[in-house]
Design a protein around this ligand. Structure first.
Ligand SMILES: [Zn+2]
Length: 288
């Protein structure tokens, strides 16, 4: 394997990014550099950001591990089709597709692009669910920034098709990171549409998992005092015809939230984990 480092481009860089589960654009930029260094740190390698023979080997082992099937799927079928929405655009040819929706550039040079983070979580969830035999779909399987109305139209189409096919219901999960003008704002939250609906049952399971996983973090019960135009007043929750939730996974505008969870592979794993735990509980207990 060719040695690659910051500034390089091409298919090897894409392979590194795929293995690290970060945005795959083939450009070895800041985020890739940070992710490689973190990976090297976790794997007792020299932390130099250079993907040489040893790092390649470790990345491959990691990849193989991930491909290994998780415990045999004992459920014959899942009770719901889970629709994951990764909110905002991704990164195409090194260009983030959405204006705003990013962290400040921190002193260490790192920056979090929300759409890239959202995709990293959704990609993990797709993998976890697929391995567990839980039906799921990535609503926006592209790096493009797809409008909110197209997202909800597509989700509703999937819902209707599924109903016609076998009567199975869908549950819509939109994954985001929060942002606010005041850097001190922090914590985790989940939203549903107004009123008491089936969505609230799903959201409260997720909130419970989040509180258990992140006991030292602020669990925001009502963040309507936060960003006023948050995801366009939750268009996706108002316009979807199925149980729908939207998680705001910590604040990208808060230094420690951003570094501990959003820019961190381990943090991303934990955020994906709480969503997956929610899915498992809702599936097992047929909660909605
Ligand atoms: Zn968002």
């Amino acid at each position: 394997m060719k040695t690659v480092r910051k500034g390089d481009t091409g298919k090897e860089v894409k392979q590194v990014q795929t293995a690290l589960q970060i945005g795959v654009d083939g450009i070895f930029g800041n985020l890739t550099d940070i992710s490689v260094r973190k990976f090297q740190d976790h794997n007792d390698l020299d932390i130099d950001g250079i993907v040489g023979p040893l790092t390649w080997e470790a990345l491959k082992i990691d990849e193989v591990k991930e491909e290994e099937p998780t415990p045999p799927n004992t459920t014959t079928d899942s009770n719901y089709l889970w629709i994951f929405d990764n909110g905002h655009g991704g990164i195409i040819d090194g260009v983030y597709q959405t204006s705003g929706k990013r962290s400040p550039k921190w002193d260490d040079g790192s920056i979090l692009y929300e759409g890239e983070f959202n995709r990293a979580i959704v990609n993990r969830l797709m993998k976890l669910c697929t391995n567990a035999g839980i039906e799921c779909v990535n609503l926006v399987d592209t790096q493009e920034d797809i409008s909110l109305s197209r997202r909800t139209d597509k989700a509703n189409d999937i819902y209707r098709e599924q109903k016609d096919k076998d009567g199975k219901s869908c549950i819509y999960v939109s994954v985001h990171a929060n942002g606010f003008s005041d850097e001190s704002a922090n914590g985790w939250s989940v939203y549903t549409s107004e009123g008491e609906t089936k969505s609230d049952i799903v959201a409260s399971v997720l909130a419970k998992k989040a509180a258990a996983e992140f006991p030292d973090e602020k669990m925001r019960k009502d963040t309507r005092d936060g960003d006023a135009d948050k995801e366009s007043n939750f268009w996706v929750l108002r316009k979807t015809v199925m149980p729908s939730i939207l998680s705001e996974n910590f604040f990208m505008t808060n230094y420690s939230n951003c570094h501990n969870y959003l820019l961190s592979e381990e943090g991303r794993d934990r955020i994906a984990k709480i969503h997956f735990q929610m899915i498992q509980e809702v599936e097992e207990k047929k909660l909605v």
